[in-house]
Design a binder for this molecule. Structure first.
Ligand SMILES: [Zn+2]
Ligand SMILES: [Zn+2]
Length: 234
């Protein structure tokens, strides 16, 4: 039923969120071809790297909390605008097209097929109340409709830390992040020994993804990788 409805919605004419052309898909094929070209990225942090390079210098020097990290696009024009429409202006109808964009990125289908479950970046109850929807869960559901995968939406809880992350000094932010995620005892059996793929909309420094990965590893996850929609370029 849901699939039939999705097919019907997809067939309806719409306006492209990038070029405003009508009728088109929410993200038209021309815009995806123009603005979402495959870029060589570091396998561990998804930062753009020169062709032929697999792991960036920073990841070679430091410990890599993620086993793999994939990003569909850079967090730059026009995607920062489209993501703001989705995340902050409540245009949740974009989830399906954004999920399709993620599936087009190299290795995304392969990693989804390989993982045991997808873990959308948790939202604190306060943030959920303010926003009214959980954007990474919507992305996870849209992905799972296009490529079946189990979603563990309650694998970890995010505690509300009060001050927005960007208002804190780096050291303070890291301290906050270390205590930001927790695994409820009833979720452990779903995590232990499993290969998890975290899902986030925007990756900036990766600190939140790393903190979540460490929390899930401590709870017994065998492997934790990440798939993100957009990566902030250096
Ligand atoms: Zn377009
Ligand atoms: Zn890297």
């Amino acid at each position: 039923m849901r699939r039939a409805l999705d097919g019907l919605i997809d067939a309806l004419p719409s306006q492209c969120a990038v070029c405003s052309r009508w009728p088109a898909r929410r993200l038209c094929a021309d815009c995806c071809a123009r603005w979402a070209t495959a870029t060589p990225r570091c396998q561990l942090c998804a930062i753009a790297v020169p062709a032929g390079v697999k792991v960036c210098g920073a990841c070679l020097r430091g410990p890599a909390p993620l086993s793999i990290c994939l990003a569909a696009v850079d967090y730059a024009y026009p995607w920062h605008r489209v993501i703001a429409d989705f995340k902050f202006r409540g245009d949740t109808g974009l989830a399906r097209s954004l999920a399709a964009l993620m599936l087009q990125s190299p290795q995304a289908c392969e990693q989804l097929a390989r993982c045991d479950a997808l873990v959308p970046m948790p939202l604190s109850p306060q943030r959920l109340c303010e926003r009214g929807f959980h954007q990474t869960l919507l992305l996870a559901r849209a992905l799972a409709r296009q490529q079946p995968v189990q979603i563990l939406a309650a694998a970890a809880e995010r505690r509300h830390t009060g001050t927005p992350q960007h208002d804190l000094a780096r050291a303070q932010r890291l301290r906050h992040l270390r205590s930001a995620f927790a695994v409820a005892p009833d979720q452990r059996s779903r995590i232990e020994g499993r290969r998890l793929l975290l899902l986030d909309d925007v990756m900036t420094t990766g600190a939140s993804l790393h903190a979540l990965a460490q929390c899930l590893r401590r709870a017994g996850a065998a492997e934790v990788g990440a798939l993100v929609l957009a990566r902030t370029p250096l």
